[in-house]
Design a binder for this molecule. Structure first.
Ligand code: ZN
Length: 408
């Protein structure tokens, strides 16, 4: 890949993504696939004023070995060192940057049940740290091509060609062209205009209809707000973009208010496996039935991970003509595929999707209807002929999506 374009991408990640400030620490989590690019990013972070950058490398085949050979008991334990590391995050609030390059099939053949159980066992200990840093630090997920991932997306190409092609798709989807920092400024402005429109309407419900069988109504939280593009950290008020790319305008719906059937339009890559041609039914906000052509058992397990896993945590609106959908590529990666079309997420909601969210405690935000769960899994429901109507409390109906795209 052209070096100049990579430098632009790194600059975008550093200045628009995490937006590192003078004197801040940064933790970078990445695979071994693109060390040269990671080096460029680290250099850009220091140039932008980072006081310390820590790179945490991982290698999926070794992660897989851990999962296969370690017992549930050792996997469930949160060691004292890990606790100290979490406490350090609470004290220092470093920026977190993930450069995702993982093989979508990298965990194929691992014992999903063991992994889920271990995560469940660890969660009560980690939760207090997670809650303590929530919304307070800048973070960003961006992607770089790994060889296995690239081969999954472009199986007909050679290793080298596939990686190059995936670079092109990633950079195109992330608006890395002439001046990406400026392009993202405009993009963020457009997303925030759409948010403003939806927030001014203060819809009570959204109604979805599509010829594939989706017929679904979801209730929104009266104090809830739609968000999109960048957001501000709590306390320090620093603007950052958690996802590169992002196309979505999203909110957390009201727990307990979802009715009807949703049919997924893109396979879901979950725990290294692909759930295809699936859908689910909701009653009183809860999933009452799931169906899938492949890996239905995994989907069933997913929605029963904990009490909140069968309730929604996110409703996201994206035009069918999104730049990502227009690439015509299934990325097998949520960061991209979730920005291809309208989606929902099961599990944990976003407590910052409330107006003046800082005035609510986590418990209060959950009382207002923000779901809580250890999982947050996105799945796509946007289709070419999707219609979405917003309904206000007084019954006023406003069409917001027609033929899969924004009307407003
Ligand atoms: Zn989303």
């Amino acid at each position: 890949m052209n070096k100049e374009r990579l430098y632009k991408y790194a600059e975008l990640i550093v200045k628009v993504g995490v937006n590192v400030q003078n004197g801040q620490e940064v933790v970078v989590r990445c695979g071994l696939d693109q060390p040269e690019f990671v080096k460029i990013v680290v250099e850009e972070l220091y140039k932008a004023g980072a006081s310390k950058v820590k790179v945490e490398w991982s290698y999926m085949p070794i992660t897989k070995l851990h999962y296969n050979y370690r017992s549930l008991e050792t996997m469930s334990k949160v060691s004292e060192i890990e606790k100290a590391e979490w406490q350090e995050k609470v004290d220092i609030l470093p920026c977190l940057l993930w450069l995702d390059s993982d093989d979508p099939d990298g965990l194929e053949g691992t014992d999903n049940e063991k992994i889920s159980k271990a995560n469940q066992n660890r969660y009560p200990i980690i939760k207090s740290y997670k809650d303590a840093i929530e919304n307070k630090y800048q973070w960003c997920i961006a992607a770089v091509p790994g060889k296995e991932w690239a081969k999954k997306v472009f199986p007909a190409l050679s290793d080298e060609e596939a990686v190059e092609e995936l670079w092109i798709k990633i950079l195109d989807a992330s608006r890395v062209n002439e001046d990406p920092v400026d392009a993202w400024k405009k993009h963020n402005e457009q997303l925030s205009k759409r948010c403003k429109f939806l927030n001014d309407c203060n819809f009570d419900t959204l109604e979805y209809k599509s010829s594939n069988g989706t017929n679904f109504t979801v209730g929104l939280i009266e104090e809830g707000i739609f968000m999109g593009g960048g957001e501000y950290t709590l306390g320090s008020n620093i603007y950052f973009n958690p996802n590169i790319p992002t196309e979505e305008v999203f909110t957390t719906p009201k727990k307990g208010r979802a009715e009807g059937t949703v049919i997924s339009t893109i396979p879901l890559s979950y725990q290294g496996k692909l759930i295809e041609d699936f859908g689910m039914e909701f009653k009183n906000g809860k999933v009452t039935k799931v169906f899938a052509r492949t890996n239905q058992d995994l989907l069933e397990k997913m929605v029963s991970m904990d009490e909140g896993a069968a309730y929604l945590g996110e409703v996201a609106l994206i035009g069918y003509d999104s730049p990502i959908n227009n690439t015509g590529v299934l990325f097998y990666n949520t960061l991209f595929d979730e920005n291809a079309s309208c989606h929902l997420a099961l599990g944990r909601g976003f407590s910052n999707c409330l107006k003046d969210y800082e005035k609510y405690s986590l418990e209060e935000s959950q009382k207002l209807g923000i779901n809580n769960s250890m999982i947050h899994v996105d799945f796509m429901i946007g289709s070419k002929d999707m219609e979405i109507v917003g309904v206000k409390k007084d019954g006023t109906r406003i069409q917001i999506f027609k033929n899969g795209n924004w009307v407003i």
